[in-house]
Design a protein around this ligand. Structure first.
Ligand code: FAD
Length: 297
């Protein structure tokens, strides 16, 4: 189906895009990679009267390192993160970027668009919630920085006001001795996962000093599995702690029955993903190079 007709506006700066949003009113929407918005417009689930295109704004796609933090421009494409040597300093970012859909989607879709969309099945919010992540928001009143945990408020709902946009995403590089892994279980590449698990650990030998675990596609937003984190924190990694963390993660999941599987199936699946992701995170924390790819049905 064709989208309903709309007025197209090309912004020449992020500031101008914000001004356009405030002048054009509630029926205006930003266009980044178009990989969520355009399909919704074609299905006529989204019918914006005005589209403000960000794709011609210079300097919005970058990956930089500064003072122990990685900075991503809002229009940085998934594929750029997948192929970036700088982003590879946090291996879990590569796991995520390389597993999103297919190469066409990864070449167009952006980090800023993914976070702004806040799709309950989106990968980035899950992965980034295991790291110290801040979202820079630019609006009429200037810039503000919002912690990711406060940025995503509900399914498809963020802290952005109508005339604000995401200008940058900043991710702190984890301490030495850290390792992370992100695993998603999918029916095919160009579909969202059935369930996913992100694990980021700080280790001292086999002893877990710090743990962050987040679950995807099993709730309205990414779920921080706090009891699973507590099952690892301050413990040696063993069969017993792995099982306790996996069990706690399954209990934290709040999935729905849908075409991807029953709620019970997803709860079991997420426990298995967490267990595997912990094992890979531990190996990476030791300095091993471990390739990770999503698992397919
Ligand atoms: C076939 C297919 C499979 C997919 N599979 C996956 C998957 O497995 N995992 C996954 O995570 N994603 C998946 N996606 C979605 C993809 O990752 C998108 O790139 C992402 O959801 C949105 O990014 P975008 O740049 O395309 O945003 P757009 O579609 O352009 O915009 C999405 C929303 O965000 C708003 N927006 C965009 N940029 C900004 C900004 N800078 N500031 C404020 N608001 C903004 C727009 O107004 C719109 O409301 C899939 C998409 C398709 C088409």
């Amino acid at each position: 189906m064709y989208p309903r007709s709309f007025h197209y506006h090309r912004a020449s700066s992020l500031k101008e895009a914000g001004t356009m949003l405030s002048q054009l009113g509630d029926d205006a929407k930003l266009l980044a990679g178009g990989q969520s918005l355009i399909p919704l417009m074609k299905l006529r689930f989204a019918n914006p009267t005005h589209l403000v295109d960000l794709n011609f704004v210079a300097g919005t796609s970058f990956i930089k390192e500064s003072h122990g933090t990685l900075h991503f421009g809002s229009l940085t494409r998934h594929a750029e993160i997948e192929n970036s040597v700088i982003a590879a300093k946090i291996p879990i970012l590569h796991d995520c970027a390389a597993g999103i859909a297919d190469v066409q989607v990864r070449n167009r879709g952006t980090l800023g668009g993914s976070l702004a969309e806040a799709d309950p099945s989106g990968d980035w919010a899950v992965v980034l919630s295991t790291l110290a992540t801040q979202v820079r928001c630019l609006g009429k009143k200037g810039e503000r920085t919002v912690d990711l945990k406060d940025f995503i408020q509900d399914a498809y709902t963020t802290a952005l006001t109508h005339d604000e946009l995401v200008s940058e995403v900043a991710v702190q590089i984890p301490a030495k001795g850290s390792g992370g892994a992100y695993l998603a279980f999918k029916r095919a590449a160009p579909v969202y996962p059935t369930a996913s698990a992100a694990v980021q650990l700080t280790m001292d030998g086999n002893f877990c000093k710090e743990a962050a675990i987040a679950l995807g596609c099993v709730g309205l937003t990414a779920i921080k599995a706090k009891d699973a984190e507590a099952a690892l924190r301050g413990q040696a990694i063993s069969e017993k702690t792995l099982s306790a963390a996996a069990e706690a993660a399954s209990a934290a999941a709040d999935p729905q029955d849908d075409m991807r599987g029953s709620a019970d199936y997803k709860r079991t699946l997420v426990g298995a993903l967490v267990r595997r992701a912990i094992e890979i995170a531990v190996r990476r924390a030791r300095g091993e190079k471990v390739e990770v790819s999503h698992l397919y049905a």
